[in-house]
Design a protein around this ligand. Structure first.
Ligand SMILES: Nc1ncnc2c1ncn2[C@@H]1O[C@H](COP(=O)(O)OP(=O)(O)OP(=O)(O)O)[C@@H](O)[C@H]1O
Length: 240
């Protein structure tokens, strides 16, 4: 079966600085693809390039076989891709509910906003209880729930989730991974960037390891050799 999303020999970066070096990945529909790698490996840059937030110098990004390379982010979102960014990036001065509404901007989602909001509140009862609370006063875990909820308001086909467990207490990490598992069970296609390798591997159908802007390992989730993964993960630091 053709992949839903295909990244082919991608080069991208910031101005004159190239970060991604011929990165290739295939993302199968309904699967959870996990991208791990040390700080600065280029994981966030890759997600941003897919969303059209970092210019692609060469290579291609294809959704259902059609190129979405360097397209306006607006159009990519309308085609069903959303990114839940590292650091949550919620609007701190707006209420929980208004933050959710910011996710309901493609026309189809505006029509369904009430049902989508209910779906988010069912998934995150803590957000329902705090629907009129100013988002900047939420705890870190609640803010992460809000960031995920805002993404779900866009009725995504593919969800790119960047470091959702970063800085959270263990109980909140459990809660976030419970949600990822729930979304996976519902058939959502997920690309998950995580530093918490052990937890991420448990939900992975496929794993990529990035190192210095390159993919250095690509394995099925149930076939990952942890010793090899760890050796490659830490190779850069040992060489330094
Ligand atoms: N706006 C920018 N301008 C210039 N360089 C940048 C910019 N954003 C990121 N970089 C650089 O790109 C490289 C890759 O960063 P990126 O955030 O993609 O890595 P990462 O694997 O997501 O790291 P982390 O796990 O720490 O979030 C780093 O060297 C970083 O300094």
């Amino acid at each position: 079966m053709a992949p839903l999303l295909e990244i082919a020999t991608l080069r991208a970066g910031y101005g004159a600085i190239n970060i991604l070096w011929n990165v290739s990945l295939t993302i199968a529909e309904g699967q959870t693809t996990v991208i791990v790698g040390p700080n600065g490996a280029g994981k966030t840059t890759l997600l941003r390039a897919i969303m059209g937030l970092v210019p692609v110098a060469s290579g291609d990004i294809r959704l259902n076989g059609a190129s979405i390379r360097n397209r306006a982010t607006w159009d990519t979102v309308k085609d069903g891709l959303v990114m839940i960014p590292e650091g949550r990036m919620i609007f701190p001065d707006m209420t929980v509910e208004d933050n959710l509404m910011m996710g309901a901007f493609p026309p189809a989602c505006r029509r369904n906003w009430k049902a989508n909001r209910q779906m988010v509140f069912d998934l995150f009862p803590r957000l329902a209880q705090r629907h009129d609370q100013i988002a900047g006063t939420l705890s870190g875990g609640e803010a992460q729930m809000l960031a995920i909820g805002r993404g779900l308001m866009e009725q995504p086909r593919v969800c790119l989730i960047d470091e959702p467990s970063l800085g959270l207490a263990p109980v909140m990490v459990d809660e976030i991974f419970r949600i990822v598992e729930h979304l996976k069970a519902q058939g959502l296609t997920i690309v998950l960037v995580e530093q918490n390798t052990n937890r991420a591997l448990k939900v992975a159908d496929h794993v990529y390891l990035m190192q210095s802007g390159k993919v250095v390992l690509s394995e099925r989730g149930d076939a990952v050799n942890l010793d090899r993964l760890h050796a490659l993960y830490f190779a850069h630091e040992e060489a330094a």
